[in-house]
Design a protein around this ligand. Sequence first.
Ligand SMILES: [Zn+2]
Length: 325
Amino acid sequence: MKKRIGIGIDLGGSSIKFALGTEQGEILKRGKRPSYAQEDYPIILDEISKAINDLVVYAKSIGKKVSAIGIGTPGSVDVTSGFLKGSTPNFRYWKKVPIKKELEQKVGLPVFVDNDANLMALGEARFGAGIGHKNIICLTIGTGIGGGIILNGELFRGSNFAGAELGHTTIKYNGVDCRCGGKGCLEKYASASAMIDQFYKKSRGQGYPVYKDELNVKYIFKQMESGNSLAKEVIENSTYYLGRGLANFMNIFNPTIIIIGGGVAEAGRAYLKRIKNIAFKYAMDCSRENVIIAGAKLGNKAGYMGAISFALNQLSLVSSMKRSN
Ligand SMILES: [Zn+2]
């Protein structure tokens, strides 16, 4: 069987990660460009099309032809039309963008667009920690908490492409305000930013000279390991909330695996172990049976690998629909 080739684009707040790869998950070339998140949207589209053109040229040089392009972007996407509906906090003008239409005009190849957390989940499901699983919950813990849900082997997007917002499930009903309009959302308590915020506030409160710009999750874990009680408290709080969140997801979806990705998951094995303990303690007996809670395997490759797989799959769907008409 001939291996089809696709391009995957993972648009993030600071960079565009991109790759050329096969349907089977083999990566032939990859790269990174700035995403210019504060600029007007045509500039971002230009950067994406430059990345695509470079990869198309490379594919030609090795005698291959690109069949389709998959784009993962933050925000809510109408997958049928490839239109970015909602805005996203890290980008200034990246909303209401006809991504598919504009990019297809620029690059002359079929383009398919989905939410970035969805495509990361798909990447992990097909090529990473989720191989062999059909019901998968995937969380990416970073500035916020991105969620992806795979049910019976398919991405679940909701009826209006706005589902799977696992980071915005309420974990504290009267908690702090969230950018989504809700209160006490999981990401306000268990994201990397929430951890950093709490550590910063607590340390300042106790008179420690901590600079927020220099803080990251790895540092907080290191501090905990060297006996810093504030770091311990922050990590214990955050893992407690995340564990409670996971218990909810186990009760609702009854997955066989929950995959945790993002910088926080990479920061320490103790982190995953603690989340597991809390989640298993609070989930219902039947819901937690045979559930694995595991770290993501693909790191920041998950987004573009999922995008390639998604694009080639959508291309097959479109061609089979054309044939049956
Ligand atoms: Zn929220």
